[in-house]
Design a protein around this ligand. Structure first.
Ligand code: CO
Ligand code: ZN
Length: 332
């Protein structure tokens, strides 16, 4: 269990470069699914179960990509300048290490540093130890990601890619556990979420689901100094009422609350001012799809040290299994 998570969270996979993550997931789910395909954008779409009486076609989506950076140019001295792939904040770049697909590592630093002022992302360069442009192993267009190990802290886990490898992990474990359901469940491991929910958009079009559920992290605001304290560690999975991309469909959320109660697990109601998940793309597909998200409260989102609570993760798996295993009444 922890070995899979360790492999998942350390696999190289910035937006648009998810192949390694997909191969690893496929290896782990192959024998548990009825059918799978990889679409033109690189989404892995795996079906479990067939539609039975009173069943529904459900799309469960977890994104494989992680935030990263891409080289815009390399200067004469061999410093590689970068732009962002997804929500990378300058504050979180300062003095961190990055790694490229071929294993080349470098230090992220910004030029023209002024005391008390945060540089913008276009001032950041990667020092790979090169002494000239010719000598530099990285080239224009090369993507890189933060360096960071998986750390087992006992009741908590930490890694650079909890967003959203923990969602992938929850999907994998739920898929293994799922048996006898009236529903046809499509587990989608999507690409390019961090750059605008792009993979989920095409995957949802082809799956054509009746219900959409995203699995992702959300901002846990139980650390010092945060004003809104609505989501915390150890209080169970979060069910999405709202974020910047979606208003969780009320009857679907009621069905998720019911599933949590049947499974005897606590849950939190998630209201985010901004941000989004794959559900934001799913619900606007074709003529509309009732959608919501099951999120795991995560501290330090989009830093090299994203942290989650182990029990929250386990209960998110339980909630998902309980929800997709039973008939879902359409209360609309
Ligand atoms: Co993210
Ligand atoms: Zn995410």
């Amino acid at each position: 269990m922890k070995e899979l998570l360790q492999q998942l969270t350390t696999a190289f996979g910035p937006s648009g470069y998810e192949t390694k993550v997909r191969e690893l997931i496929l290896e782990n789910i192959k024998k548990y699914v009825d059918e799978y395909r990889i679409d033109a954008l690189g989404n892995l779409i795996a079906r479990k179960g067939t539609l039975k009486e009173n069943g529904k076609r459900i799309m469960v989506s977890a994104h494989m990509d992680e935030i990263g950076l891409m080289v815009t140019h390399v200067d004469e001295q061999g410093f590689a300048y970068v732009t962002n792939l997804g929500g990378v904040r300058p504050l979180n770049c300062m003095s961190n290490r990055v790694v490229f697909a071929d294993g080349t590592e470098g230090m992220l630093c910004a030029r023209d540093l002024e005391a008390g002022k945060l540089p913008t992302l276009d001032n950041f360069f990667v020092d790979t130890g090169a002494s000239s442009r010719e000598d530099c192993k990285v080239k224009i267009g090369d993507p890189c990601v933060f360096v960071g190990d998986f750390v087992d802290m006992g009741d908590r886990w930490m890694s650079k890619t909890m967003d959203d490898r923990i969602g992938c992990y929850i999907a994998i474990e739920a898929l293994k556990e799922l048996k006898n359901s009236p529903n046809e469940v499509y587990f989608v491991f999507s690409v390019q979420e961090e750059v605008g929910l792009r993979g989920a958009k095409t995957a949802a079009y082809s799956v054509d689901p009746e219900i959409g559920i995203a699995l992702d992290v959300t901002h846990c605001n139980d650390t010092p100094g945060l004003v809104e304290r609505n989501l915390k560690f150890g209080a169970g999975p979060c069910i999405k009422a709202k974020d910047g991309s979606l208003i969780g469909t009320p009857w679907l959320n009621n069905a998720l609350y019911d599933a949590a109660e049947r499974a005897g697990i606590p849950y939190q109601i998630e209201v985010l001012r901004g941000a989004g998940t794959d559900a934001g793309a799913i619900h606007l597909t074709r003529s509309g799809v009732p959608s919501s998200a099951i999120s795991v409260a995560c501290r330090y989102v989009h830093t090299p040290s994203e942290m989650v609570d182990v029990n929250d993760v386990k209960q998110a798996i339980q909630l998902l299994v309980e929800f997709v295993s039973h008939e879902i009444k359409d209360h609309q």
